[in-house]
Write a new protein. Structure first.
Lengths: 385, 91
């Protein structure tokens, strides 16, 4: 890489790195992406591609989701076909009257916060999802919930960025940072140094390790999740369908196994069935209890799936922060370094809003929404004391 | 001499050696493709041959999406190309 001196080095070629590369090149910056594996080799290829507002409540994450929703449909709308963007809407179902009462309270708060949501009576559910069990108390429909194929999305954004001049280096591991005092002035890699105006940590679940290499703490930790993949089926599941407890589990800090149903069909005909959450570090051992629990809960909602064969299962490590907010912004503890990571199970959907905000922060542009709730230094002891 | 079994593929009679997989029997009979991709309509048959890739799906005696490389042939077996499982709402 001798001779290159890009404005921005992005570490990581997943959804966040790809989106950052694209927004940065669009802003006129020269960009080099370095990735130790191949493109989309981390959590981006081990997730579902959710663009959800239905699991959010009023607050900074909802603001980021609504911004991202605008970008997916607006600025990136012309590319939607490349990554199977589908505005299919989400249906959150409640099995019991008590569950429905809780869902109604949630939807009232969400409506007040600007989310488009309408209640669905028990006898209307089958107009949305004819294969759902008739044994439900009610549901809520979220037309803003969308889906993309995350690997296609990240790969195409990288390609589009390259067409605008960005370079992508795979098989290149960052081993350290170039420094000028506190300032970060580039990266050291196993294939040579790259000096750069800004270095962006988009290393996903591994962003904490990378930040530590720069001497700053960014507490991003892995939360393991399994997904089941069915054989290809004729259209069977038409929306993103979740059990009401999904929202609670995304916000939970429990360490043990939690499962809550998330089901969606894909363009390929397979049905993806999730979800589970466990804090077991980077353990890739397949857990039959987790798979059984996911399958059992899915069958309670879709009894017709009982004879359907599973083709495979996969697992991913969602990057979570202790306060369940992502880390987005320049790092005052190490000027020149910025982070965009830690989106837990929402990183695909939130990638574009996050990348846009980060590029605004790096270029000194007026932020579209308040970025301070995501500031990377919020965990440090100095701020607490 | 190996025992022979008789089966049909899309109604056409073929013979196979007992113990062969459906995928091997079809390939032996000169049939390389028994499925087409869902979007591009491109031909698919054996790829990995060891049960991993799900490229060789075939309908066996009315059961869709069976992996041809893993199912042993049986006398009288009826094989059909394509086919998707119909999902009954009531399970």
């Amino acid at each position: 890489m001798p001779g290159t001196h890009p404005d921005v080095v992005v570490i990581g070629a997943g959804a966040l790195g790809a989106a950052t590369a694209w927004f940065a090149t669009r802003a006129g910056l020269t960009v080099e992406v370095v990735e130790r594996g191949s493109i989309v080799s981390g959590t981006t290829s081990a997730c579902e591609g959710n663009l959800l507002v239905s699991d959010k409540e009023a607050g900074p994450e909802l603001d980021l989701a609504l911004l991202s929703h605008q970008l997916w449909r607006g600025e990136l709308g012309e590319f939607g076909g490349l990554w199977e963007f589908e505005e299919k809407g989400g249906l959150v179902v409640a099995a019991t009257a008590g569950g429905m009462a809780g869902l109604t309270e949630l939807t009232e708060r969400q409506r007040a916060a600007g989310i488009d949501v309408r209640e669905v009576a028990a006898d209307e559910i089958h107009d949305f999802e004819p294969h759902l069990t008739p044994d439900l108390a009610g549901a809520a429909f979220y037309p803003q919930d969308c889906q993309v194929q995350p690997m296609l999305m990240a790969a195409h954004l990288l390609r589009l960025a390259r067409e605008l001049g960005a370079r992508v280096r795979t098989g290149t591991t960052v081993t350290g940072f170039l420094r000028d005092g506190d300032r970060v002035t580039g990266v050291r890699t196993d294939r040579g140094d790259i000096a750069a105006g800004h270095v962006v940590n988009a290393a996903g679940t591994w962003a904490g390790e990378l930040a530590a290499l720069a001497g700053v703490e960014v507490p991003v930790l892995p939360r393991r999740g399994f997904i089941l993949v069915t054989e290809p089926l004729p259209p069977t599941v038409f929306h993103k369908v979740y059990a009401g407890e999904y929202v609670a589990s995304t916000q939970s800090s429990d360490e043990g196994l939690q499962t809550s149903t998330v089901i969606e069909g894909t363009r390929a005909g397979t049905v993806l069935i999730g979800s589970s959450r466990e804090r077991v570090g980077f353990d890739r051992t397949v857990s039959l209890p987790a798979l059984r629990e996911i399958a059992g809960k899915a069958l309670a909602l879709y009894p017709g799936l009982a004879p359907v064969a599973l083709m495979r299962t996969y697992l991913g490590f969602r990057p979570y922060c202790p306060d369940h907010l992502p880390v987005i912004g320049t790092d005052p503890r190490a000027p020149g370094l910025a982070h965009v990571a830690g989106h837990e199970g929402a990183g695909i959907g939130l990638s574009v809003g996050s990348a846009k905000l980060l590029v605004e922060a790096m270029t000194g542009a007026t932020p579209t929404i308040d970025i301070t709730p995501f500031r990377p230094e919020r965990f440090s002891l100095q701020e607490v004391s | 001499m190996t025992d022979q079994v008789s089966l049909t593929f899309d109604g056409v009679a073929i013979t196979a050696a007992a113990g062969q997989s459906v995928g091997a029997a079809l390939t032996d009979a000169g049939i390389r493709s028994w499925r087409s991709t869902r979007r591009g309509g491109r031909p698919r048959g054996l790829f990995c041959g060891i049960g991993v890739c799900f490229d060789c799906l075939v309908t066996v005696d009315g059961r869709p999406n069976q992996r041809a490389c893993l199912v042993p042939v049986r006398d009288g077996m009826r094989l059909e190309s394509g086919g998707l499982r119909e999902v009954d709402a009531r399970g």
